[in-house]
Design a protein around this ligand. Structure first.
Ligand SMILES: NC(=O)c1ccc[n+]([C@@H]2O[C@H](COP(=O)([O-])OP(=O)(O)OC[C@H]3O[C@@H](n4cnc5c(N)ncnc54)[C@H](OP(=O)(O)O)[C@@H]3O)[C@@H](O)[C@H]2O)c1
Length: 270
């Protein structure tokens, strides 16, 4: 039987890969923020809807559109996201706020508005290993994913809604190159942290090429969707599992290990 899905961030990377795997046999509402993707989404067989996670008005309009077309949603996949990076001592609060708008608050708002359609459905959030909270220079990203997980987990406990947090490690998607562009001011105006920022950029570019295959991650997400009683959280990839393990160590030990790790990584940066 056809299921009804809503996917944000459906135009690229993980969201697009999941969409392509599900589109043939299901009804899919696919979120885009750039008109150039509309034709492509329609060709895949999806129903495109405009949503910009930074614009409250567009979130409410997207929900009104979806409600005008369907009475139920089987699975809502909250995928849209970006990475805000930089050094905490000079990252602007506005930039940190943007990170939380895109990765956290918008997903709460969108999900709350769609709850009446999600009766027996489930919500799959694409969180990240960043939610384990151990990585410096991408602290806003880590915090936004941790907050996403805490807020949705409470919603699940309070209401009985099925919520799954998927926490992948590094996946080869355009996210990484976009993060270099999004954070270029913070990266270039970082006196005293030149080597760290150079490493951040080269590592992002490496991740965009050498990360886990996005198809494999999409397969796991589709498998999780098929489970009647999924676990509240899935950690995907060796790096993510290592981050999970490390996050359980005492904070003082985590900090020593992270500082040592950074020191050895930047020692080779010219
Ligand atoms: N790649 C990784 O290593 C990795 C690892 C763990 C978790 N994740 C998470 O997985 C999710 C998907 O990331 P990805 O790697 O697939 O990256 P991606 O290829 O850049 O896809 C991100 C998607 O989100 C959309 N988006 C970004 N900002 C938006 C906004 N303000 N309003 C509406 N849509 C917006 C993008 O739209 P455009 O196409 O218009 O840019 C795109 O469709 C993110 O939440 C990310 O944090 C990624």
């Amino acid at each position: 039987m056809k299921k009804t899905y809503v996917i944000t961030g459906a135009t690229s990377g993980i969201g697009n890969a999941v969409l392509k795997k599900l589109a043939k046999d299901n009804i899919i509402f696919a979120g885009y923020r750039n008109e150039k993707y509309v034709d492509e989404l329609e060709k895949i067989g999806a129903i495109p809807f405009y949503i910009d996670m930074e614009k409250k008005d567009s979130i409410s309009k997207a929900c009104a559109f979806i409600k005008s077309k369907t009475e139920k949603i089987d699975t809502l996949v909250n995928v849209a996201g970006c990475v805000v990076a930089g050094v905490m001592e000079n990252l602007s609060v506005d930039k940190i706020r943007k990170q939380f708008e895109v990765n956290t608050f918008s997903h709460i708002d969108f999900t709350q508005r769609l709850l009446p359609l999600l009766n027996n459905g489930k919500v799959i959030n694409i969180s990240s290993m960043a939610s384990f909270g151990i990585f410096p220079f991408v602290a806003p990203y880590c915090a936004s994913k941790r907050a996403l997980d805490i807020l949705f987990n409470a919603m699940a406990v309070e209401s009985g809604l099925k919520v799954v947090s998927v926490k992948p490690g590094v996946i080869a998607t355009p996210l990484w190159e976009k993060s270099v562009e999004l954070n270029k001011d913070e990266i270039t105006n970082c006196t005293g942290y030149d080597k760290e920022m150079k490493y951040l950029v080269s590592n992002a570019r490496k991740n965009g090429k050498e990360g886990l295959n996005v198809e494999k991650v999409a397969d796991i997400i589709v498998k999780i969707d098929g489970l009647d009683n999924p676990k509240p959280s899935y950690t995907i990839g060796f790096d993510a599992k290592a981050a999970e393990f490390m996050s359980k160590l005492p904070q003082s030990l985590i900090n020593v290990l992270i500082k040592q790790g950074i020191k050895s990584k930047i020692s080779s940066v010219k």
